[in-house]
Design a protein around this ligand. Structure first.
Ligand code: GAL
Length: 439
């Protein structure tokens, strides 16, 4: 309960501020959201035709989880042909733009991947998406998801826009157990520990920090964990409400620290995706990577023995769970609407989530999944989700509106390349003002 109340409070605050400011900043505000769709919200008994599901899940683990949930769907609706529409690129780097174009052009898929939170604002939901309020009522979904998640799902205009399938954790440090054992190292807890471990590996000629920056989101994913580590949960949360100033010396410290961390990384990072960097751990070619727990799905997919990879909270992040949730949305005018409703039904079901999550590396959004289906990492995540302080991931749509996230992401990607601490901090401070959250 505690975790949910904390997240609920943080997100309520984020939402109140952002919605109020969006209203002030946009005199030509979008029309009021539609009320619950008049059309049916229950899946058809005997379905036929097709169902096009759009996502960016093409990587190892991601694709496996999706395939497992498709199998559940196919068993229930054997007459429906599933069209697996994917656009590759971690965190939806490319998929989000493709999707926005399709929605704007009146060519929507039947259902699509959407992060729970304010990300939906980027798709003109009032015009382009159905609210799922009636679906939630009909399926009694408020009873199967934690209250904090419910609040996040409703953070845009107080309506449900997506059905969640999981909870992911963005602030995990993954490491090579073999390299650590060979060098008598233990997983770092603090930033000082991190640099001691990094120095020890470097002295042995081993790349300490595994880093892929190909898709553009990885830098911010790592940096948000450094912000959490330096500012703590409250300080980090305050960045999204205006309570913490982006000019704070702790933000400067975070930038300097991130720069120092990157100095231990592989030089070919621009050519590597997050999973390319994970492969370096599998190959024993480098020591540590900070990435979300879709990396656990990668290790599961590659059959990496639990003895070969270890995990810990990112430096300074102990006791804090940096959370995001993948959900599925229903566009207005979905060509195969009834089959899409069937997909939402499977995605929100216990059977669907128990098939998907052990392969995806995430844990269920539902509270009633069987923990014994999950590997040791995920079992630790289930415990942490229940006991840690929850903060929203900015990289993955939970903490801020998309235009603000994009500005931050671009600034941090540039920072990772150029290392301009003062200039980047000025850009970040301005971005908060431009988003209407800071004065
Ligand atoms: C996140 C998404 C995860 C995973 C990851 C890497 O945004 O929520 O499910 O796909 O990107 O692609």
């Amino acid at each position: 309960m505690f975790r949910n109340m904390r997240w609920l409070m943080v997100l309520s605050l984020v939402v109140i501020v952002l919605v109020a400011l969006a209203a002030c900043a946009a005199p030509t505000a979008a029309p009021a959201p539609t009320t619950a769709p008049a059309a049916a919200t229950t899946a058809p008994a005997a379905a036929s035709g097709k169902m096009e599901m759009f996502s960016w899940w093409t990587g190892p683990g991601e694709a496996d989880g999706l395939a497992a949930m498709f199998a559940v769907y196919k068993k229930m609706y054997p007459g429906v042909d599933i069209v697996n529409a994917t656009t590759a690129g971690g965190a939806g780097t490319n998929a989000k733009a493709v999707l926005a174009t399709r929605l704007q052009g009146g060519n929507p898929p039947d259902a699509f991947q959407l992060h729970a939170g304010l990300e939906v604002q980027g798709y003109a939901p009032d015009q382009k998406l159905e609210t799922l309020d009636a679906f939630y009522t009909q399926q009694n979904l408020a009873a199967v998801f934690p209250p904090g998640l419910i609040s996040l799902l409703k953070s845009y205009e107080g309506h449900f826009w997506g059905v969640p399938v999981n909870i992911h954790r963005a602030n995990v440090l993954w490491y090579s157990k073999k390299l650590f054992a060979a060098n008598n190292l233990t997983a770092p807890v603090t930033f000082d520990d991190f640099f001691k471990v990094a120095d020890a590996l470097k002295a042995k000629g081993v790349t300490a920090y595994c880093y892929g920056s190909h898709d553009g989101f990885e830098d911010l994913n790592q940096f948000e964990t450094v912000l959490i580590g330096k500012l703590g949960a409250d300080g980090y949360n305050g960045l999204w409400t205006g309570k913490t100033a982006w000019t704070d010396p702790k933000v400067t410290d975070a930038l300097n620290t991130f720069k120092q961390m990157l100095s231990y990384s592989n030089t070919d990072h621009a050519a590597l995706t997050w999973d390319g960097a994970a492969q370096l751990i599998v190959d024993g070619k480098c020591g540590m990577e900070i990435m979300g727990d879709w990396e656990n799905g990668f290790f599961v997919s590659k059959n990496v023995a639990a003895t070969d990879y270890g995990w810990a909270p990112a430096p300074g992040n102990a006791g804090i769970f940096d959370a995001l949730s993948d959900s599925f949305a229903l566009p207005k005018g979905a060509p195969d609407r009834a089959n899409a409703i069937a997909w939402l039904t499977v995605a929100s079901s216990k059977a669907g989530q128990e098939a998907f999550n052990p392969k995806k590396g995430s844990i269920c959004a539902r509270t009633d999944c069987d923990p014994s289906l999950f590997n040791p990492y995920s079992q630790s995540a289930i415990k942490d989700w229940a006991s840690n302080t929850i903060v929203p991931s900015v990289t993955h749509g939970a903490a801020a509106i998309p235009s603000w996230v994009n500005t931050i992401q671009t600034a941090i990607a540039l920072f990772a390349d150029k290392g301009d601490v003062a200039g980047t901090q000025t850009t970040l401070a301005k971005a908060c003002v431009d988003a209407g959250v800071c004065k």
